[in-house]
Design a protein around this ligand. Structure first.
Ligand code: SAM
Length: 293
């Protein structure tokens, strides 16, 4: 296990069970956990597939227990997994925490088209707290447009003078955010990167400036990146060195790692753009009369 970064933003390169156990109990304000889903993804060479579903769940129960132990008494815990495993998480966690929301992250998955059954268009998220009378929830930070009132300009005629009502509301439990696509600015080379917008809502709602946010399966370190952008402190744990390097770069914690310059991978369409610009330059150099349009 290796600890990188600084006092505000720590990256722990190692196994989450070991790293979590080493953290002080009751020390984290907000945990967001997006583990491997046991569906066969390739995480930098490691296959996300356990021998049996029971093996997967037994492994999950261990880190779920540690997360509960590390949360402050007024802390919050958001956890994801595949739709087929979420009922087990729900039953397991409901004995230890209060589950306040069962969130559906819905996206348009037009690229993945099931032909003989209904294609998957969502991922579930549980939002849990230790004490349902005492937890952070910054309503004002996450308000969305209330479609019935604001968009349709519904008027409350009982008011004098009549007023348009319900401009804004707390989001419901179906959240619509696009998945991270190859051409998006935030894209990193990782098979299950979560969008900044999703973490922005979670972090703003369930933590305050200066709070400590933990992500036990950091991947591209979206959680820690958003935590930093919004003035929180963060701890991110990740097993794969390639992803640790993404985290160090994304959080601007290092320019180099083991002598290697940390640079964002150039995407194919960017290579083509660079080549086109270079060709233009060559053309311009060989012909002084060339004028940019
Ligand atoms: C679903 S991805 C997380 C993606 C992340 N939320 C993001 O936005 O990029 C799960 C991550 O957990 C990492 N991982 C798997 N097993 C781990 C372990 N035992 N300890 C720490 N990290 C692990 C994988 O390498 C992978 O990057």
């Amino acid at each position: 296990m290796e600890i990188l970064g600084n006092d505000q933003h720590k990256i722990i390169f190692g196994d989450t069970l070991v790293a979590l156990a080493a953290l002080p109990d009751n020390s984290i304000d907000l945990i967001f956990a997006d583990p491997p889903y046991n569906i066969g993804k390739n995480f930098s060479g490691q296959r996300d597939k356990w021998d049996t579903d029971e093996d997967y769940l037994n492994w999950c129960y261990k880190w779920l227990d540690l997360c509960v132990q590390k949360m402050k008494t007024n802390g919050s815990f958001y956890v994801m997994t595949a739709t087929q495993f979420m009922p087990f998480f729900d039953i397991y966690l409901s004995k230890k925490l209060y589950i306040l929301s069962r969130i559906v992250w819905h996206y348009d998955s037009s690229g993945v088209q099931a032909k003989k059954y209904y294609g998957s268009m969502y991922e579930p998220i549980l939002f849990c707290v230790k004490d349902k009378e005492n937890y952070t929830f910054n309503t004002e930070e996450i308000l969305v447009e209330a479609k019935t009132g604001a968009t349709r300009k519904l008027i409350d005629y009982r008011k004098d003078p009549p007023q348009v009502y319900n401009y804004e509301k707390v989001p419901g439990n179906v959240w619509e955010f696009p998945r991270v696509r190859y051409r998006m600015e935030e894209y990193e080379n990782h098979p299950t990167q979560k969008p900044i917008a999703l973490l922005d809502r979670i972090i703003k709602a369930s933590s305050n400036v200066g709070d400590l946010v933990l992500d036990p399966f950091s991947g591209t370190f979206t959680t820690c990146f958003v935590a930093k952008e919004s003035g929180r402190n963060s701890i991110g744990i990740e097993l794969q060195e390639e992803y640790v390097k993404i985290g160090l770069r994304r959080l601007k914690l290092a320019k180099e790692y083991k002598g290697e310059k940390l640079k964002k991978e150039i995407r194919s369409f960017e290579t083509r753009k660079i080549a086109a610009v270079q060709n233009l330059k060559l053309f311009e150099e060989s012909d002084g009369t060339f004028i940019h349009s």
